[in-house]
Design a protein around this ligand. Structure first.
Ligand SMILES: NC(=O)c1ccc[n+]([C@@H]2O[C@H](COP(=O)([O-])OP(=O)(O)OC[C@H]3O[C@@H](n4cnc5c(N)ncnc54)[C@H](O)[C@@H]3O)[C@@H](O)[C@H]2O)c1
Ligand SMILES: O=C(O)[C@H](O)COP(=O)(O)O
Length: 390
């Protein structure tokens, strides 16, 4: 199996690919899997053999999900694997922007030609007074892996935290500290919070969610944090709000040319997940997802296909991606039984427009039969996995 790497991936994860079964590298023309971080895949034409893409990270807006589903390519991400790294950077961002640390540091550096630095510092420090974050209201939009950690950490720093997430998972809700206020309408965050931080995925529903209207409904002197994706914020409206001094700061991990010259912008070079710990976590999880799918057909942490896992207990495993419509499984089963093939185990699940089925048998399956299955309308992909040791 060949795994094409599209970004620098931690060696910890790459070591999971045993040399007998796998090759990995950047150069392959033909490959079975892609391992990627933020490289954009929308314009890339894929190898015919491509079976899965693992995003070593959270955001999958760099991957053409619809095209992947249509072509039967399973896309994975690594939920929560970099959440702590982002949380720590957001906390740093809160302090950076509140206490005017960037301006203060730059000013002190500008004194390098002066002899009486200690005296100048005491005289000049009044220009860099900034508020404490304790007691201030923080609004967290999106309470997933990162949002929950940010909310809990800010509460531990004595901020009054408001969280908004209409789709919050049970797991996230359990993890959230009891003192976090649950907000039902995001407007409450816009209208009441002094600090607002975004932790939602970038998709057709969230793009531009911070627009002119949202910005105008915010309090004066709000500090806005965007460690999720640049496109969540309407840049023109943002720049207007900054120039009108409506916002005290915009701290972002996603700089753009236009933002760099705007005052009160603190821009970082997409450092959220750039810690050795999170790079290792993401690479390990992504490599394991690829191996589990290529070797056993099991799907864990996919963003476009259902979760389907079953221990292999028969020699042949047929893995089928099909449209989530009637008569798919029955027609496959009929084709197998017509050839006298007995199904030992089976699991099937649907998710949206697609479904995934694993069938196991100990009876030999001809290539011709597999080809006939592939021809059936609604069947997107059929793969057979043979385990001699079962
Ligand atoms: N700066 C970085 O390096 C970095 C690192 C990791 C993730 N990210 C970005 O942060 C995003 C969130 O990451 P995560 O790991 O917390 O993902 P996650 O999937 O665990 O959490 C996302 C949360 O957003 C919620 N949500 C979706 N639409 C919403 C809406 N309209 N309003 C409110 N909540 C909504 C979901 O219910 C979910 O709970 C990623 O999609 C990615 O774009 C950036
Ligand atoms: O969505 C993510 O996980 C982050 O944006 C991290 O991106 P990176 O892996 O390119 O640092």
């Amino acid at each position: 199996m060949r795994v094409k790497l599209l970004n620098k991936i931690s060696l910890h994860g790459l070591k999971r690919f045993d040399a007998e079964g796998y090759l990995y590298g950047e150069e392959f023309e033909e490959y079975d899997a892609i391992l990627v971080r933020s490289a954009k895949l929308h314009d890339m034409s894929f190898s015919k053999e491509l079976k899965c893409i693992a995003r070593a990270g959270a955001g999958v807006n760099n991957i053409p999900l619809d095209r992947c589903s249509e072509e039967g390519i399973v896309v994975f991400n690594t939920p929560g694997a970099n959440a702590n790294a982002v949380k720590e950077l957001v906390i740093a961002g809160l302090l950076l922007s509140a206490r005017k640390l960037v301006q203060g540091i730059n000013w002190v550096k500008s004194l390098c030609e002066e002899d009486d630095v200690a005296q100048l510092v005491e005289k000049g420090k009044a220009n860099f007074v900034g508020p404490e974050i304790a007691g201030k209201k923080l609004g967290v939009i999106g309470l997933g892996a990162i949002g929950v950690k940010v909310a809990n950490a800010a509460a531990a720093l004595d901020m009054e935290v408001y969280g908004y997430d209409p789709y919050i998972s049970v797991q996230a809700a359990w993890t959230l500290k009891a003192r976090i206020h649950h907000v039902k309408n995001v407007r409450q965050i816009f209208e009441e919070c002094d600090y607002i931080t975004l932790h939602v995925p970038c998709n057709e529903h969230t793009k531009g969610m911070i627009d002119a209207q949202a910005l105008s409904s915010m309090k004066e002197n709000v500090r806005l944090f965007n460690f999720a994706r640049g496109e969540l914020v309407d840049e023109n409206a943002l720049i207007e709000a900054l120039q009108a001094e409506k916002l005290a700061a915009y701290v972002t991990d996603f700089p753009s040319k236009h933002l760099l010259t705007v005052e009160r912008v603190i821009a970082l070079p997409h450092l959220g997940a750039s810690t050795p710990e999170s790079e290792d976590n993401c690479a390990l999880m992504a490599a394991d997802e690829i191996i589990e799918y290529l070797q056993y057909g099991n799907i864990k942490n996919s963003v476009n296909m259902p979760e389907v896992q079953m221990p292999q207990e028969a020699k042949y495993r047929i893995c089928i991606i099909n449209k989530n419509i009637p008569d798919m499984i029955s027609s496959v089963a009929a084709k197998l039984s017509a050839e006298g093939i007995n199904i030992e185990n089976m699991v099937s699940k649907g998710r949206g427009d697609y479904a995934y089925t694993i069938l196991e048998t100990n009876d030999e399956i001809s290539l011709e039969l597999l080809e006939r299955m592939r021809q059936r309308e609604g069947i997107v992909r059929v793969r057979i996995i043979v385990q001699d040791h079962v």
